[in-house]
Structures are given as structure tokens and as C-alpha cells.
Design a protein around this ligand. Structure first.
Ligand code: GDP
Ligand code: IMO
Ligand code: MG
Length: 428
């Protein structure tokens, strides 16, 4: 049995989707185990581009099962739109997809709470969430009293529960919001809407924990697809500017129900530079023409919200931390082609905080805010590399950059990506 994990090592959008699609054919099952429709994973196959948010990126590979486990927060409307979109493009989704009855369901109040809380942060600075209701849904999961899981939608008391939660949410949101025209939730109408979603999803809903425990014992090859990135991890990321789930490697077992002993390999995914979307400190950020150059060439605009992504140099201190945290065996370095035109490229090797040199990633966001990156400069290669398919055919400058990056992070590089297409990948 091989359980391989794909974990983003930065602030998300490391091109996990491309990598999962590429590796799916060597697996029997692909698993999304945390996050929700805040994720936007892109897969490019020839002229076809697919944007996946809740459905695993293995869905495009025939013969592979895609599983959404209970650690995911599920917006039924969004997943149905995704299913319809893929079905209309001749992808056999209904044969390939399974959804856990343990997923927590996102309701209209979660979206409303997300908007109100992010617009009125107690600390003064917004997180800049994707407004998909992720945080409030996980809040209700942990709080338990107002949570509804997908399996609950098929129970007799569903209508009565949703109507009473709608009343509570109308009152609490009015308190949070303080608006003269409070947002109200019509429990009966929401019940009707969600009943229709539940009916459509029913053939796909099952106990995925049992399914995956059988799969590992039957020697099936499983690929775990992380969403977001380790620096957005709720416990180990740049709190509070994080998402609400364990998006580093530590989240795989909790979200999927598959014990860590079955995980045989962890592949850490990083861009050849850094990006971040939303608020929070970003020590190597380039708020200048180089940052704009990277944004233009890397098309760095959010897959979900279309917000311009903040761009900066590769932060080896941060990636070394997240690679260790996630138990990474090897690295996949993505979007290397985006750096091809730059005459010089920098890597952050340490931070200066209050005049002291620091090599451990700070645990408090205020220290990270003060971090001044210590940068090492390497020559660029100024050559098109999008057609390169073997490590040894890369220009000397590109190889030297990768070697240094690997040395600083402390992990070997196994895969290099030089363009969005499946084919634009260096595997040897
Ligand atoms: P994910 O959330 O980690 O799956 O990443 P996203 O899909 O949000 O963002 C990655 C973006 O980079 C997508 O638009 C991909 O099509 C694109 N991409 C992936 N690999 C490469 C690459 O090697 N070079 C370039 N130029 N683009 C890439
Ligand atoms: P993928 O899987 C990049 C960011 C948001 C915000 C913070 C919290 O495509 O890599 P949330 O809506 O989760 O409460 O927002 O996390 N964020 C992402 N950034 N890629 C993602 O997913 C992200 N999912 C959430 O921008 O800063
Ligand atoms: Mg993304």
C-alpha cells in the first residue's frame, strides 16, 4: 500500500492541482480531506482548463476514485455546480466521486457570518477570507450545537433542526452585525433548497472512513490532496491570518480517518517564488515592479476570488519549517518558468528580528511582521525553459537556483514544473 500526500508548503496556490492530476494515474483513490470551496485547484490538459474547488483533482483520470472526506466543509450548491460543469465536459463524475456523510454542510448563515466577521475584525485588520463560509462552518463543527453534517440531511428531524438553527442564526447575526436591516434566514425555504441538493447528492454519499480503511487494507494506492498551504494551517500557520483547518501535513489523518502509519510518502509543493492572497505578514513580499512582473508572468490572480496575489522571493526559512512540519520527503518546485526573464533572483535564508538573526519560523505574527528577510542573490538564466523535460537540460543558472533552494530547505527536489500543462513537467 502506498499513501502519498501532496502538501502545499507556502500560502496556497502552489499548483497542487496540477501535481495531483499528474500523479493520479499511479493511484487508485484521490482524497480531499480538509478545507472547502476556498480552494481553487487548476488542471490544464492541452487546450482544456479545469478549475476544481471541492472535487479532487483526480476526477479527470479514468479508473480513479475521488473521495471527499469528513474533514471537508461542503457547500452542496458549489459541488453540484462543479459536478454539472464536469459532466457537461464528458467527465464521468458520478462513477468516480464519493462524498462523506460526515462532511459539515455550509449554509447561507455561514457566508453571512464570514462577511460580517471579516469586515469587523476585533483586532482591526481583516483576514481577507474567500467569503465561502469556511471559518463559521468549522466554528459550528467545533461548537457542535448548530452544526449539520451531510448525513443529517437524510434524517427525519432535518426540517425541524434547520428551522430552529435558522432562528438562532437570524438573532445572533443581528447581534454581530448591528445593522438596521438585519439579515434573516427563512428556515422553511432553506430546508426546501437543501432537501433538493441532498436528493441529488444521495447516490454519492457514503461512509468514506470505512471506504478508505478498507482501501488501505486492500493495498490500494491512495493520493491525499492537500488544500491551501502549510503557512495557512490553523495551528501552525501565521495565525490569525490562516484558514480554519489543518492545511499542513498534520491534517491528513484527522481529516481523512486514515492513520498516519499508512502514509508512506509526503511530497511538498512549493512555487519557485512566494505568493499570498489575503491579509497577513509576508516578509519577502515585493511590492514593486519585480512583484508585478512575477504577477503578470505567473498570472497570479486568485482562482476562487480573482484577487491579485501578493508576490515575493522564495522564503527558504519558511519552507524549511513547513517541510519539517509536514514530514516532507521530497519537493516539487512549480512555476520555475515564471522567473526565466529576471537577471537576478533572490532567496530568503534567514530573518532579522529586532536586530537578531533568526532561522526558526516565528510563532507569533507580531514577530513575523517585524522580520526583515536576509536575502542571497543568484544570477538568473534568461532563457525560455518551458520546453525542457529533463533536469540536465535546464540552463546552468536554473539548476544552480534549484540546488541552492534544495540545500536551504533540506530536502531533495523530485519534480520541477515549467508550465501549466500536464506535459510541462520535469520528472527525471
Ligand atoms: P493550487 O491551488 O495549489 O492547485 O494552485 P492554483 O491552481 O490556484 O494556482 C496555480 C496556477 O499556476 C494555475 O493557474 C496553474 O495552471 C498554473 N501553473 C501550474 N504549474 C505551472 C508552471 O509550472 N508554470 C506556470 N507558468 N504556471 C503553472
Ligand atoms: P488553494 O487550495 C490561497 C486564504 C484566504 C485568506 C485565508 C482565510 O487553492 O491553495 P478562508 O476563506 O479559508 O477563511 O480564508 O486563507 N486562502 C487561500 N489562499 N489558496 C487557497 O486554497 C486558499 N484558501 C484560503 O485568501 O487569506
Ligand atoms: Mg488555488
Amino acid at each position: 500500500m502506498a499513501g502519498t500526500c501532496i502538501i502545499g508548503l507556502q500560502w496556497g496556490d502552489e499548483a497542487k492541482g496540477k501535481l495531483v492530476d499528474l500523479l493520479a494515474k499511479e493511484h487508485d483513490v484521490v482524497v480531499r480531506y480538509q478545507g472547502g470551496a476556498n480552494a481553487g485547484h487548476t488542471v490544464v490538459i492541452g487546450d482544456e482548463k479545469y478549475k476544481l474547488s471541492l472535487i479532487p483533482s483526480g476526477i479527470l483520470t479514468p479508473g480513479v476514485k475521488s473521495v471527499v472526506t469528513g474533514g471537508v466543509v461542503l457547500d452542496p450548491k458549489t459541488i453540484l455546480e462543479e459536478i454539472d460543469g464536469l459532466t457537461s465536459r464528458a467527465v464521468a463524475v458520478e462513477e468516480r466521486l464519493l462524498i462523506s456523510d460526515r462532511t459539515h454542510v455550509i449554509f447561507p448563515w455561514h457566508m453571512a457570518e464570514d462577511a460580517v466577521m471579516d469586515a469587523n475584525p476585533a483586532g482591526g485588520e481583516s483576514i481577507g477570507t474567500t467569503q465561502r463560509g469556511i471559518g463559521p462552518c468549522y466554528q459550528d463543527k467545533v461548537g457542535r450545537s448548530y452544526a449539520i453534517r451531510l448525513g443529517d440531511l437524510y434524517r427525519d428531524d432535518f426540517r425541524q433542526r434547520i428551522e430552529s438553527i435558522a432562528d438562532v442564526k437570524t438573532r445572533t447575526l443581528a447581534g454581530l452585525n448591528g445593522r438596521a436591516d438585519p439579515i434573516t434566514f427563512d428556515g422553511a425555504a432553506i430546508h426546501q433548497e437543501y432537501q433538493a441538493y441532498a436528493a441529488r447528492l444521495k447516490p454519492l454519499v457514503c461512509d468514506t472512513t470505512a471506504y478508505l480503511l478498507d482501501a488501505v487494507e486492500d493495498d490500494k494506492r491512495i493520493l491525499f490532496e492537500g488544500a491551501q498551504g502549510a503557512l495557512l494551517d490553523i495551528d501552525h500557520g501565521t495565525f490569525p491570518f490562516v484558514t480554519s483547518s489543518n492545511s499542513s501535513g498534520v491534517g491528513v489523518s484527522g481529516g481523512s480517518g486514515v492513520p498516519g502509519r499508512w502514509i508512506t510518502k509526503v511530497l511538498g509543493v512549493a512555487k519557485a517564488y512566494s505568493t499570498r492572497v489575503g491579509g497577513g505578514p509576508f516578509p519577502t513580499e515585493l511590492d514593486n515592479e519585480i512583484g508585478q512582473h512575477i504577477r503578470d508572468l505567473g498570472n497570479e490572480y486568485g482562482t476562487v476570488t480573482n484577487r491579485p496575489r501578493r508576490c515575493g522571493w522564495f522564503d527558504a526559512l519558511a519552507v524549511r519549517y513547513t517541510a519539517r512540519l509536514s514530514g516532507v520527503d521530497a519537493l516539487a518546485v512549480m512555476l520555475l518558468d515564471v522567473l526565466s526573464e529576471l537577471p537576478q533572483i533572490k532567496i530568503c535564508t534567514a530573518y532579522e528580528i529586532d536586530g537578531k538573526r533568526v532561522t526558526n519560523f516565528p510563532s507569533h505574527v507580531d514577530d513575523l511582521r517585524k522580520a526583515v528577510p536576509v536575502l542571497e542573490t543568484l544570477p538568473g538564466w534568461q532563457q525560455d525553459i518551458t520546453g525542457v523535460r529533463r533536469m540536465k537540460d535546464l540552463p546552468t543558472g536554473a539548476r544552480a537556483y534549484l540546488d541552492r533552494l534544495s540545500e536551504l530547505v533540506g530536502r531533495p527536489i523530485e519534480i520541477v514544473s515549467v508550465g501549466p500543462d500536464r506535459e510541462q513537467t520535469i520528472l527525471e
